[in-house]
Design a protein around this ligand. Structure first.
Ligand SMILES: Nc1ncnc2c1ncn2[C@@H]1O[C@H](COP(=O)(O)OP(=O)(O)OP(=O)(O)O)[C@@H](O)[C@H]1O
Length: 890
């Protein structure tokens, strides 16, 4: 207030002007050989990168400053972006000398690129086996427009989905950055909250801007050719995404050649929690890939194959024919070892065609990329030869799609040296004989150097100074150096330029003349090489679409060989696929657990049979640690593996195609999101009941555990009834539970069957047999398992005592301590009571006893029961009602 605004230096003024145009980014400002940051950015990066914070004079003010040498950009930039920052790089866009000559006080500077977590081409930021997606969301009421792209591979897709599908889509894309409209800043949709969000100006999503920018980019009149013309809501998302990518990359993005509609309905539906629970691509514990399905199935040889494999796993198929084609191709490669091994050897040498052609297209490339592209294309010939005789429909189609692009190969090969340098500025890229002008300039430069050497010899001889040297630096160009010992012998025509401690430096007119020729020839040849490189790059970029197609075909072939290799190594079998409603697995194994058991511990295979007529719901009981969860997950994984076209770990498997897999496994996953265990459980249960079909597979693990025994058992009970009785949702279900009371259901319902995972008791210890057999378990063995876990004997013995007392109804456990075992015994007792209650409720109308009691509440109770429609109740409603009824009979 009242303070006179201080005058800024021209440099700082320029900095702040540019900074203002790029809000939300860290601006790296090139000053000579440094990237500098000022003010808040300086404080931030000094903290993030651990570099010194200093101050810079700014017209009397002191502005915080932190910077690093330009060559350190490669290591600092990825660090910042990995931490979620968006970084703008501002370069000097004219030569300082030229600017000075033109009388300018300051050189021109411009932001040449913005790197963000979702938009980057940097090898240092990208994982070669993972796509790096950026997603844009247009939130339009019930339907959400979604667009996604991986700028490093050129993939660009869009879709219109409901909110539940959005969760699943986001789960499979695992985006590094999500764009949404600024106006949602204070009301970010729950599903998106855990993502790295960038808010975009509202207008970018509005009107027909999206459609316009898309058609301009693809140079088309409409989007009909891509089959996405009608996805109007998604156009807004795709347009804003393209806008953002153009703004950040500052280039035309010529490698985004196609826009495709991501069709959810083509794939098996896997909701977000199922993808997490089945640990498909990231583990629930550490979030890494250890212990995941992808870690077992990935024997891909190429980066493209690795990325496609993840997509296949996240998007199992539903159409028998497409699955069968994959299986048949895998089968051929499993059987023919030579074919498979030869193919793997050749694929190993194929570079990342998708990312190479993307870099080449947008101009962030060098001669090494071109060379690698050429070498990778050269591999295609060998690959085509290997698969040429294949009888598989899929492999034949892949072979057809593999173009050789001989012209591109020859053009690159004829131009570049064998091992080109990483920089495109310092020359040395092109082979002798490629370009006449270049050869001539190089000759002059070389001769000039030779001539300089001759001059040196002559001067040394004439002056009688054998140690006379000719050196070069940027300030004087070529100079003659004479040590002090011989100073007196220096001829008169030498012009002194510099005095050092031990020597003097001179020039001569003759030396300067030669210098002029050499240097200008060298400069000219570098400039010419730069131009020739650009020409070659543009020529190759014309083939971007072809290269992308080849990359896709190679990726498919690589996934197929990976499946075959894994099937061979792990002894998997080809599943039989059909449209019937039966899942019949003989001696199935869990693909991950069988690999991670301790040495010597065998994995015990199990049979699973599910259908829609007799074995619809399998109620699986068994003690803790028996292997119930493993059986559930294994069944889910086997079905999924079969439907991605992969062989399965079993002796035999017949899989009637499944449309959706649902899981309700574990009880602790969403705690971080601030939801109670029970609420998460119920949300997931509601989702299952609202979306399951008779073609679905449901895996329920200990549903109801997150609440009191009474409530939990009641919910589990009514959930099973609902799945059994309501034809629209009568899905094949595996239900693992500790509530032995649920075994009652088998007697009441024809399609519910009891199973248990066998154990044997020996000397008071439990031996896990891990075999799934018919019939319910009647014993929890909780205490024995606790014993094995190493609880002190005192606790174990006391627990046994309590249990036996409980079983003979003589002890009031509520007065006992809070020991875990006592709780478990209490639970058992309570559970017994609740079963009785549930049974009572279920049979109420037939009970004359109730009718004869003179209880004023009975009428209300009966009326309520009569009015209730269990088929329409959610588990929570059922639970609430049950509590209410209980209160009435008390
Ligand atoms: N078929 C099997 N063969 C060999 N080991 C197995 C098998 N099934 C399970 N196991 C081992 O037993 C452990 C426990 O299995 P799982 O988690 O399925 O038990 P659970 O019955 O679900 O237990 P809880 O009721 O306590 O959740 C697994 O981590 C695995 O090491």
């Amino acid at each position: 207030m009242g303070k006179k605004k201080k005058k800024q230096t021209p440099l700082m003024r320029q900095y702040f002007e540019i900074k203002e145009k790029h809000p939300g980014t860290i601006l790296l400002f090139r000053v000579g050989d440094f990237y500098e940051t000022f003010a808040d950015d300086a404080v931030l990066i000094s903290k993030e990168l651990g570099i010194t914070l200093t101050k810079r004079n700014n017209g009397g003010d002191q502005t915080p400053l932190a910077g690093f040498p330009y060559h350190a950009l490669d290591s600092y930039l990825p660090k910042l972006v990995k931490r979620g920052f968006r970084v703008a790089i501002c370069e000097q866009t004219e030569d300082p000398e030229t600017a000075k000559k033109a009388g300018k006080k300051i050189v021109n500077r411009e932001v040449t690129e913005i790197t963000t977590p979702g938009v980057t081409m940097s090898e240092k930021l990208l994982d070669h086996k993972r796509n790096n997606y950026i997603v844009s969301i247009f939130w339009a009421g019930g339907t959400v427009g979604v667009a996604f792209s991986d700028i490093s591979t050129g993939e660009f897709g869009l879709s219109q989905v409901g909110k539940t599908e959005l969760d699943s889509l986001i789960q499979s894309l695992q985006p590094s950055e999500v764009l949404i409209q600024k106006k949602l800043k204070n009301s970010v949709p729950e599903i998106l909250k855990s993502n790295n969000i960038t808010f975009i100006e509202d207008w970018v999503y509005e009107g027909d801007y999206g459609y316009k920018i898309l058609t301009e980019h693809f140079k088309t009149h409409s989007l009909k050719g891509f089959g996405v013309e009608d996805l109007e809501i998604a156009h807004h998302a795709a347009g804003s995404l393209l806008h953002y990518m153009q703004e950040t990359q500052k280039s035309s993005l010529g490698h985004l050649k196609r826009l495709y509609a991501y069709e959810n309905s083509e794939y098996m539906s896997l909701d977000g929690s199922t993808k997490r629970n089945l640990e498909l691509t990231s583990s629930m514990q550490e979030g890494g890939t250890d212990g995941t399905l992808v870690s077992i199935l990935d024997a891909t040889s190429t980066a493209m194959g690795g990325r496609l494999l993840r997509k296949w796993i996240m998007r199992p198929l539903k159409k028998a024919e497409t699955i069968e084609n994959r299986l048949e191709a895998v089968d051929e490669l499993v059987k023919d070892h030579t074919l498979r091994e030869e193919l793997r050897d050749e694929l190993d040498q194929v570079g990342d065609l998708e990312r190479l052609i993307s870099r080449i297209s947008v101009g962030r490339t060098n001669a090494r990329d071109l060379k690698q592209l050429q070498l990778s294309l050269a591999q295609i010939t060998a690959i085509k030869r290997i698969i040429g005789q294949s009888g598989s429909v899929l492999i034949k189609s892949i072979n057809k799609r593999l173009k050789l692009l001989i012209d591109v190969q020859e053009r690159i090969n004829g131009a570049l040296v064998e091992d080109p340098p990483a920089s495109i500025r310092d020359g040395g890229i092109f082979d002798e004989g490629f370009n006449e002008d270049l050869d001539e300039l190089r000759e002059i430069a070389r001769n000039g150097k030779k001539y300089i050497a001759e001059i040196k010899n002559k001067l040394a001889k004439d002056a009688g100074i054998p140690s006379l040297k000719i050196g070069y630096n940027k300030v004087f160009g070529y100079y003659i150096e004479v040590t002090n010992t011989h100073k007196d012998k220096v001829p008169e025509h030498f012009i002194r330029k510099q005095t050092l401690v031990n020597s003097e430096r001179y020039i001569t007119p003759e030396l300067k003349e030669v210098e002029e020729k050499v240097l200008s020839a060298e400069d000219k040849s570098k400039t010419l090489e730069g131009e020739l490189f650009e020409e070659l790059r543009l020529y190759v970029a014309e083939f971007a679409e072809d290269v992308q197609q080849i990359a896709t075909a190679i990726a498919e072939l690589d996934c197929i060989q990976s499946f075959a290799e894994v099937a061979f190594r792990n002894n998997y079998v080809k599943p039989e696929i059909n449209e019937e409603d039966v899942v019949d697995v003989k001696k199935g194994r869990h693909p991950v657990v069988e690999k991670t058991l301790e040495a010597g511990e065998p994995f015990i295979p199990n049979d699973i049979y599910l259908d829609n007529s007799e074995f619809q719901i399998l109620m699986i009981t068994g003690p803790n640690m028996a292997g119930k969860s493993i059986i559930l997950r294994q069944t889910g994984l086997l079905v999924l593996m079969a439907q991605i076209g992969c062989f399965v770990p079993a002796e035999k498997a017949t899989i009637g195609l499944v449309d959706k897999i649902f899981t309700r496994v574990g009880a602790s996953d969403n705690l971080a999101a601030g939801e109670s265990t029970f609420l998460v459980e119920m949300n997931e249960a509601a989702n299952i009941l609202n979306n399951a079909t008779p073609k679905s597979l449901i895996l329920l693990d200990e549903v109801g555990r997150g609440t009191s025994t009474f409530d939990g058992l009641s919910i589990a009970w009514s959930l099973s009834e609902y799945l059994h009785n309501k034809p629209e949702v009568a899905a094949k279900t595996l239900f693992a539970t500790h509530y032995h009371e649920l075994n009652e259901l088998e007697e009441r319902y024809e399609r519910i069957k009891n199973f248990n995972v066998q154990v044997k008791e020996h000397d008071g210890k439990v031996i896990f047999l891990r075999k799934l057999v018919r019939g319910g378990a009647d014993h929890s063995y909780g205490i024995q398992v606790a014993n094995m876990a190493g609880l002190p004997d005192v606790v174990i013995n006391r627990a046994k005592e309590i249990l036996s007392n409980l079983e003979s109804h003589t002890l009031d456990v509520s007065h006992d301590g809070n020991g875990a075992m006592a709780q478990s015994a209490k639970k058992k007792e309570a559970a017994k009571k609740v079963t009785k209650e549930v049974e009572k409720q279920a049979e109420l109308p037939q009970m004359t006893l109730f009718g004869s009691q003179i209880d004023p509440n009975v009428e209300t109770l009966l009326n309520k029961l009569e009015a209730a429609d269990p088929d329409r109740m959610t588990p929570i409603e059922a639970m609430l009602m049950l509590s209410e009824l209980k209160r009435l009979v008390k």
